[in-house]
Design a protein around this ligand. Structure first.
Ligand SMILES: CC(=O)N[C@H]1[C@@H](OP(=O)(O)OP(=O)(O)OC[C@H]2O[C@@H](n3ccc(=O)[nH]c3=O)[C@H](O)[C@@H]2O)O[C@H](CO)[C@@H](O)[C@@H]1O
Ligand SMILES: C=C(OP(=O)(O)O)C(=O)O
Length: 436
């Protein structure tokens, strides 16, 4: 089994470069299949497991897609299959983002139902309600959701009950080719929504208002391929910002965009962390003593749920009682049990966790219960006594590229090992017996 082994006690210093955003690149690649003319060329694509999954989804539909040197090229001009089977959706829920583009272009899409996951039930009812409002029929059965329409979708006025990121993206993509105007209210305002709207507009779409709570889309008849550069990953950036802060280090997080990260920056400043905007990123300087604070996750521009577990690691090192309230996902506290294995003092009360700090964390074997939980356990390991061994790395690989190497370059005592290999090394050289 693969593990990341991290030793505590080292301060992190230096520069780390942030990749393109996972949550922007997945909808942008999905959107590229709407183009009936020309190729799309997408730059700053991170080499994440999720990107390889969406590439497989598109290849399986007969799109011509290649990925090299952080650039994805998509030619979807030939007729496509309009189905995404469970083997892909199971690996990555964002596969449902092909529903909107396929429905808009072909009047049909069939995708395996994503089902629940570690952070909550994550239904797609709002995506489907949006398609229905535009005249589509929805059929759910045998583990699939199928959407279809006779002729073009019709522009509609759609109000989202909650500002869902995926529903905003799927409806925006479908509306781009609909007949008439769609007005999407109470939509998500994340920077990744703006990135998708910019890409769609380069393809010939007419989308205005992305980044606000009302997006207006005037449908056009066809879209063409376009060239686009993905925005930096604010969650990867935030993870390294916490790493600098938690170790009392000084790290330049190159590519971090202050505009995308105001809620995180202000929380970290409240905790005593110094954050300086520099021309190419954010410099983060950890204090001698971190101060406890409270936070509540909310849709953007509120505090991002994808940074909640990393902030829990920071709060475990802060002086006083902190309270974290999770309002976006109903079950995103799986990491609490893992932190407890490291001697954390945490109490769950409904949708809140009470964090008592500072605590002397102890290295332990812990599991990455989801993507960000994995990152948070590594962060906790940076300050723990002894060695922390993080397993279930498949989650981490969905969202972080070269995480171990990046931490090591900043001075962390960290390595990724495979138990099987270790056994072989142990048997021949006896050198690695202390790490497995
Ligand atoms: C690939 C991607 O971009 N993933 C991000 C996206 O996920 P995703 O797009 O899945 O998240 P949503 O914004 O849709 O989910 C937010 C909340 O709305 C609920 N909901 C959503 C859709 C729906 O049809 N019905 C419904 O009830 C969800 O269960 C959840 O409680 O936004 C989340 C919230 O910022 C982030 O944590 C994920 O990293
Ligand atoms: C929850 C996340 O992503 P996804 O929606 O891809 O599961 C995340 O990035 O933390």
């Amino acid at each position: 089994m693969e593990k990341i082994i991290v030793g505590g006690g080292r301060q992190l210093n230096g520069t780390v470069k942030i990749e393109g955003a996972k949550n922007a690149v997945l909808p942008v690649i999905a959107a590229s299949i709407i183009a009936s003319e020309g190729k799309s060329v997408i730059h700053e694509v991170p080499a994440l497991a999720d990107v390889f999954t969406i590439k497989e989804v598109l290849s399986n539909m007969n799109a011509d897609i290649s990925f090299a040197n952080n650039t994805v090229t998509v030619d979807a001009t030939q007729p496509l299959k309009t189905e995404a089977p469970f083997e892909f959706v199971r690996k990555m829920r964002a596969s449902v983002l092909v529903l909107g583009p396929l429905l808009a272009r072909y009047g049909h899409a069939k995708v395996a139902l994503p089902g629940g996951c570690a952070i909550g039930s994550r239904p797609i009812d709002l995506h489907l309600k949006g398609f229905e409002a535009m005249g589509a029929k929805v059929h759910v059965g045998n583990g699939f959701v199928e959407v279809y329409t006779n002729g073009r979708l019709k522009g509609a006025k759609i109000y989202l009950d909650v500002p869902s990121v995926g529903a905003t993206e799927n409806i925006m993509m479908a509306a781009a080719l609909a007949d008439g105007k769609t007005i999407l209210e109470n939509c998500a305002k994340e920077p990744e929504i703006v990135d998708l709207a910019n890409f769609l507009n380069k393809m010939g779409a007419k989308v205005v208002g992305a980044g606000t709570e009302i997006i207006k889309i005037e449908g056009v008849k066809t879209l063409h391929g376009a060239e686009h550069t993905i925005i930096p990953d604010r969650i990867e950036a935030g993870t390294f910002m916490v790493a600098a802060a938690i170790t009392g280090g000084n790290v330049l997080v190159k590519g971090a965009e202050l505009e995308h990260m105001r809620s995180l920056v202000s929380k970290m400043e409240e905790m005593g962390v110094k954050i300086i905007e520099e021309p190419d990123g954010l410099r983060v300087i950890g204090p001698k003593t971190l101060i406890a604070t409270d936070l509540k996750t909310l849709p953007h521009p509120g505090f991002p749920t994808d940074m909640q577990s990393q902030m829990m690691a920071l709060m475990l090192n802060a002086k006083g009682t902190s309270v974290i309230t999770e309002t976006v996902f109903e079950n995103r506290f799986m990491h609490v049990e893992e932190f407890r294995r490291m001697n954390a003092k945490l109490k769950i009360e409904g949708r809140s966790v009470i964090v008592e700090g500072p605590v002397i964390l102890q290295g332990a074997e812990v599991a990455a219960t989801d993507l960000r939980a994995g990152a948070a356990l590594i962060l906790a390991g940076l300050t723990a006594e002894g060695y922390t061994r993080v397993t279930e790395l498949k989650h981490l690989d969905r969202g972080y590229v070269n995480l171990t190497e990046k931490f090591a370059q900043l001075g962390a005592d960290i390595e990724r090992v495979d138990d099987e290999e270790n056994i072989i090394i142990d048997a021949t050289t006896h050198e690695h017996s202390s790490v497995s």
